[in-house]
Design a protein. Structure first.
Length: 307
């Protein structure tokens, strides 16, 4: 028995004092109304309605139960209406998890544009350098930067790609010399982001692909940490181009070995979220906004990644 539905049928029949009228209003048969009320009475082990050939009337217990039913159903209907309104509104708090790299070199302009259009949305950002659980953290969406999509059960949409660049400070190069071929990197201090794909750097010359082991001087989980170390002259680093674009423009860092960088190897910026079903309007709209924000620069593709 669907107790809530039985309560609704009982409430309608009691208000109209007729199984027939209740059946018409609810769009069901008279027999279905009678059966539903009977099951409810059996469940409660109490008689709620007195039946005659023409009318029905409430028993004393039925009268008390009627008011409780009315109150419960009214509260449920109000709660459902409120929930539906909330999921349809572009308002409230949007919780975002993002890699530190994207937080430093692309997130803020996008959020500024979004909040300018939707000031009723407040944004709570958590940055990370190592993978975190979107579900356990209660995040609505996440941004990840890497050469491969995250290994999770989330839906992931690639929204941009960008290359890595090999960089060093002018002071470091003046002291240690500028390598003219990637094979010379073995004689230099290499600074690396310590995820799996960064344990070796990939280059391309006339003989094909080749790899250089990394991390001889410093490894860190954060690309931002490696950037600062590079600015301080600690060594040579391979970093996402957007992260060091201002440094290159100002001359604080210099790009080296450009002819040998493999143009086919790009970092992927992906937006991730926990499935397409039951997304609130707020979250769904932000996902579309993020994709469209990057569309002039890169074509967005979508894929599902399995755990």
């Amino acid at each position: 028995m669907d107790q809530l539905q039985a309560m609704r049928v009982f409430l309608c029949a009691a208000d109209l004092a007729s199984f027939g009228l209740a059946a018409q209003r609810l769009g069901i048969s008279v027999a279905a109304v009678s059966r539903s009320v009977g099951l409810l009475e059996a469940h409660l082990n109490v008689k709620l309605l007195s039946r005659s050939t023409r009318v029905i009337s409430l028993t004393e217990s039925g009268g008390k139960y009627l008011e409780e039913c009315r109150s419960i159903i009214r509260r449920l209907d109000e709660m459902e209406s409120s929930l539906v309104r909330a999921t349809r509104e572009i308002a409230g708090t949007l919780r975002i998890a993002t890699s530190t790299t994207f937080a430093l070199c692309g997130l803020s302009p996008m959020l500024a544009a979004y909040q300018a259009a939707f000031p009723s949305v407040s944004i709570d950002v958590t940055s990370f350098d190592t993978p975190i659980s979107m579900t356990d953290g209660g995040f609505h969406v996440g941004f990840a930067v890497g050469r491969s999509l995250p290994d999770s059960s989330l839906v992931s949409r690639e929204i941009a790609t960008f290359p890595d660049v090999v960089v060093a400070s002018p002071a470091y190069l003046a002291k240690h010399g500028t390598p003219l071929h990637p094979s010379e990197l073995v004689n230099h201090a290499l600074l690396a982001v310590s995820h799996d794909c960064a344990r070796r750097w990939e280059f391309l010359d006339t003989h094909g692909l080749f790899f250089v082991p990394t991390g001889s001087a410093l490894q860190a989980t954060s690309a931002a940490t490696i950037r600062v170390a590079t600015l301080d002259g600690m060594g040579i680093a391979l970093l996402p181009a957007p992260l060091v674009s201002d440094d290159l423009a100002s001359g604080r860092l210099l790009s080296i070995l450009e002819p040998f960088c493999n143009a086919a190897v790009n970092n992927k910026l992906s937006i991730t979220y926990p499935g397409r079903i039951y997304l609130s309007t707020k979250v769904r709209h932000f996902i579309d906004f993020a994709v469209n924000h990057h569309r002039p620069h890169d074509h967005a593709v979508e894929s599902r990644v399995a755990a």
